[in-house]
Write a protein that binds this ligand. Sequence first.
Ligand code: NDP
Ligand code: HSE
Length: 461
Amino acid sequence: MSDSPDLSVVNVGLLGCGIVGTQLVQLLEERRATLAIHTGMRLELAKIAVRSISKDRGLPIDESMLTTDAQSLVDDPSVDVIVEVIGGIEPARSLILDALKAGKPVVTANKELLANVGAELYAAAEANGVDLLFEAAAAGAIPIVRPLRESLLGEDVRRVMGIVNGTTNYILTRMTDDGVSYAEALSEAQRLGYAERDPTADVEGYDAGAKAAIMASIAFGANVVAGDVYHEGIAAITQDDIEFARLFDYTIKLLAIAEVYRGDSETAEVYRGDSETAEVYRGDSETGDTAEQEIGVRVYPAMVPNDHPLASVRGSFNAVFIEGDAAGELMFYGRGAGGRPTASAVLGDLVDAAANLQRGSFTPVPHGPRAVIRPIDALASAYYIGVTVTDNPGVLSTVAGVFGQHNVSIRAMQQQDSGEQARVAFITHTANERDVQATLSDLRHLSEVSDIHSVLRVIGS
Ligand code: NDP
Ligand code: HSE
């Protein structure tokens, strides 16, 4: 790190200059002078690694600033801090590990990486006494990682729930408010820079799942990985579902939910942390062994009551609820995707990392042992179930009877007729996942039911 009499210069190596990277370059330019006054540091871009030197980035940067050799930035002794906004697992993982081993703090926005190999990276950062900061990896511009890591360290966090994917929230908002088709709304989200390089990650719930794993790991002090997260995406949501939701006074949102369960051995049939082998054990007398805490973490589209604050989170905005024992409910709201909002979170981390580097300190990421995951079929929820039936006398009571046989209680019903068929939508009271699955299985065998067109969870007010 080079010093001037009044101002320390911190040289930044930027890995990636796409949607987020270009906006970081821009924001750094805009904020450099003010940051220098506030922090006494001058953040200078040393070099930028990209895939293609000739690509037009709409930035006034000299080609000599660019390289296709990302490793050379990591190895360059004049580079003090590394920012990784390439995305994906490799080469990001190796570059970050090498930077940490070289004693360079790292800032990343890469949720896929952290949700898969975060534990390895957190350990490397701690072993080398440097920062690994990733505020942008959980919900874009919203400060959520730092509150969980620092402000809420004294809190017994029980639940983290929210809308953490801007692309899917944008798509669902456009479909709901403007009747735009799913395909059209997705291509708009891509044009606006919200979607991942492969938007399957957004629409299938992997991106929200990665963020849920990261937040759960920090909130509950146990290592939750992407493979632990049960996920369903939004690709099957239709205008019909949106219309039924409206009739019931609900809005459909893709939710990420992470909960911790403690001291509940009765239901402790769980996967013991290793989602690859998915070894099931019972926390009962067979082993005499009970899990101290289990974590349930899932992403799915859900019906949210219109009077719930999450129902009014629209477009690319995200919102995260945290429920703690002493603090009660906290809600964080803001832009969850897009280059400039994300760059704001990256820049905040960069300033923090540079300041810590100057002080010779760092903030370790709280990380714990592999989580014990409670599987989805051990959970309970209210449900929205849409079926197409023949419109004949007695059909509804036959269908309702199947719900009753499996102890699933119906709370509300709406019907839309179309000739000889009727589309019927039920909202149930809270029911066990296994009972609902058994109900669905029996409904599929009824001659009166031609189709089960939708199954969504329903959350309470
Ligand atoms: P982009 O695909 O727009 O940018 C990726 C950049 O990385 C490009 O500049 C690309 O170069 C460069 N790159 C790719 N491979 C290499 C390589 N091997 N060596 C050097 N450079 C390489 O992605 P985003 O900016 O959208 O996302 C970056 C990260 O931020 C991801 O982890 C993403 O999940 C995360 N993120 C994104 C948000 C968003 O709203 N977009 C929000 C929050 C987090 P080139 O330009 O030459 O192709
Ligand atoms: N693709 C992500 C989203 C970017 O849509 O939320 C922000 O992490």
